[in-house]
Design a protein around this ligand. Structure first.
Ligand code: ADP
Ligand code: MG
Length: 260
């Protein structure tokens, strides 16, 4: 059974006297453990699709089956309940709380969703995830003390804290340079491989889409092509081949007895 099955999804927005048709009969299956990259021009309906997939919004018509269950008619509360248990989100702008440590940002979703974990367990889980994304030494840093790539890694750790099956990422590398983008794609590829998470990632960059297992093109609210990636890019290998950043070089130790 596909993790996700979308059948003839339509979504229209009413803006004054005008109706905007953002999704116009979109159908798509997503298998468990796949890494699907959705590409398309601005305005093609990618974010609308993401909002429906993420149970943030409801389609105007059509069906959304999640693990075989038709969730397209679920009300707000049922959608929120399902979303908290099954879906994690990563956004272009990271959406972290300012003046709040990385650790607390990652713990935050555990305070909702009705799972009353004891504080020590919350900390441990958040710390473990931050370590998994390479930020074990930055637990107390606030977003403004972190680079964009580091903030996105905090956001990925936060998205995983409720152990979702599905990770949705809307232009997660949109604000990052190409080197940092490779690092983020490396983390996502690893999550799919090692944890069996299913990723649906939206991008308008075709080279980013080649890190996925499948590229789905959306145009005018419909799927216009859906193809397996032939020569899949390996982010870990690409990153290993990059020269180290000067910033990553450890500073020289201060000379002994140098203090005045
Ligand atoms: P993309 O993410 O591919 O750029 P969107 O899904 O954001 O596309 O938008 C698809 C279309 O729907 C656009 O024409 C956009 O203006 C319209 N749209 C999206 N969200 C809304 C909304 N909340 N209200 C009205 N129109 C919207
Ligand atoms: Mg968008």
């Amino acid at each position: 059974m596909a993790l996700i099955r979308l059948v003839d999804l339509r979504k229209s927005y009413r803006v004054g006297d005008v109706t905007v048709h953002a999704l116009r009969g979109l159908s798509l299956d997503v298998e468990r453990g796949s890494f699907v990259c959705v590409v398309g021009a601005s305005g093609s309906g990618k974010s609308t699709l993401m909002n429906v997939l993420g149970l943030l919004d409801r389609p105007t018509s059509g069906h959304y089956y999640l693990e075989g269950e038709d969730v397209s008619g679920f009300d707000k509360d049922r959608r929120a309940h399902l979303r908290n248990r099954k879906i994690g989100f990563v956004f272009q702008n990271f959406n972290l709380l300012p003046r709040t440590s990385a650790l607390e940002n990652v713990e935050l979703p555990l305070l909702y969703g009705g799972r009353a974990l004891p504080p020590a367990e919350r900390h441990a889980r958040a710390r473990g995830l931050l370590e998994a994304v390479g930020l074990g030494s930055r637990l107390d840093h606030t977003p403004q003390q972190l680079s964009g790539g580091q903030q996105q890694r905090v956001a990925i750790a936060r998205a995983l804290v409720n152990e979702p099956e599905l990770l949705l990422a809307d232009e997660p590398t949109g604000n990052l340079d190409s080197r940092t983008s490779v690092e983020i794609m490396e983390i996502l590829q690893r999550l799919v491989r090692e944890r069996g998470i299913t990723v649906v990632l939206i991008t308008h960059e075709h080279d980013i889409a080649e890190y996925g297992t499948r590229v789905v093109t959306v145009r005018d609210g419909r799927v216009t092509s859906d193809t397996p990636v032939q020569n899949r890019r390996d982010a870990a290998a690409e990153r290993a081949a990059l020269p180290p950043l000067e910033l990553e070089v450890e500073p020289e130790p201060a000379e002994a007895g140098a203090e005045a």
